[in-house]
Ligand binder design. Structure first.
Ligand code: UDP
Ligand code: MG
Length: 318
């Protein structure tokens, strides 16, 4: 018990929430350091994900005031998952254990007590799981829960109601570093790392300040990313659909021949028009799904860097 803990917090335009977040987290960390739960070299690491407001200036001034704070600045906005990865990979080189959380403190920071207990009890990964979503909007609650169910149904191993609030040991972080996929969906990757893991429940609160940085469009594309990065079931469904349509078309051909030889060739305008539209629609849909996967391969094949760091501030304690 005296391991170095890094809290990793991705921040995108969070100048409104940051001062309060920093205050609450500092209080918590001081408590841990005082009690000897974590070492004096532990840090609160903010990752600036190319914010357009004064977030980085704020992080810089926090770092100057107190060596407990540290900062990483990305060269531009790369999205939540990449920012988080940048922070975790920085933590990997300095800490024994890292906990990732959002800048808006929607995740109850007191759950970290139990996370650390589980870590010292020998777990490498501790997932924070939302026991209730009472404070989320109706839409967010239902869309998120539907998403977890869908992922499960598609055979993806995700922890139900767990977002990115989790503890990872250095061993687990080193494991994470081995996964170099560009289409990053950490919730799907972490369970693949293995090692002993457990969950800790907490109640999800409201954003302390500012607005959600995940508008509906981003949320939807994130969900699609999760599915197409971890499941090929949609492709299998398409194959089944193709077989089904083929069987139906055989029946249709037989029916058409029977009709022809029986001499009742009616002017079947409606049925022809309907089938052309339907099959055309299904084909386009299937092409779209396949296109999603081809797009993924395209991204992975280019293997562009997931983030670039323009500046890192980690002050040593005097
Ligand atoms: N975030 C980020 N880059 C982005 C969007 C969001 O680093 O492009 C961060 C954001 O600052 C916050 C976390 O990701 O710390 C989660 O975002 P938010 O709380 O807005 O999402 P929600 O809780 O509404 O899903
Ligand atoms: Mg939030």
């Amino acid at each position: 018990m005296n391991d170095t803990l890094y809290l990793v917090i991705p921040c995108y335009n969070e100048e409104e929430a940051l001062p309060e977040t920093a205050r609450q987290l500092k209080e918590k960390m001081d408590e841990y350091i005082e009690a000897g739960t974590v070492s004096k070299d532990s840090k609160i690491l903010f990752v600036n994900d190319g914010s357009k407001d004064g977030t980085w200036a704020l992080i810089q001034s926090l770092c100057d005031q107190d060596p407990l704070f540290a900062g990483v600045c990305l060269s531009r906005n790369r999205g939540h998952q990449n920012a988080l990865l940048a922070g975790l990979m920085t933590a990997k080189d300095h800490a024994d254990v890292a906990i990732s959380l959002d800048a808006d403190l929607q995740d109850d920071i007191h759950a970290m007590d139990r996370m650390l207990m589980q870590y010292y009890a020998g777990h490498d990964v501790v997932y924070g799981v939302r026991s209730s979503r009472k404070k989320d909007t109706f839409f967010k609650r239902h869309s998120a829960q539907g998403f977890y169910r869908l992922m499960r149904a598609l055979g993806v191993d995700v922890v139900y109601n767990h977002a990115d609030y989790r503890l990872m040991s250095r061993r687990a972080l080193e494991g994470l570093a081995e996964f170099d996929e560009v289409n990053l969906f950490l919730r799907g990757i972490v369970p693949l790392i293995g090692f002993p893991s457990t969950t800790v429940d907490y109640e999800r609160g409201k954003r302390i300040a500012g607005e959600s940085k995940y508008p509906f469009k981003k949320m939807l594309s994130f969900a699609l990313d999760g599915i197409t990065s971890f499941s090929i079931k949609p492709l299998k469904l398409i194959t089944s659909l193709g077989i089904l349509i083929f069987v139906v078309s055989l029946i249709m051909v037989i029916w058409a021949l029977v009709a022809y030889f029986s001499g009742w060739t009616v002017s079947g305008w409606t049925s022809i028009l309907a089938s052309i539209w339907m099959i055309g629609g299904i084909q386009l849909l299937c092409l779209g799904v396949i296109g999603q996967y081809v797009g993924k391969i395209y991204g992975e094949a280019k293997h562009r860097p997931r983030y670039l760091i323009s500046e890192t501030i980690i002050h040593k304690r005097p």
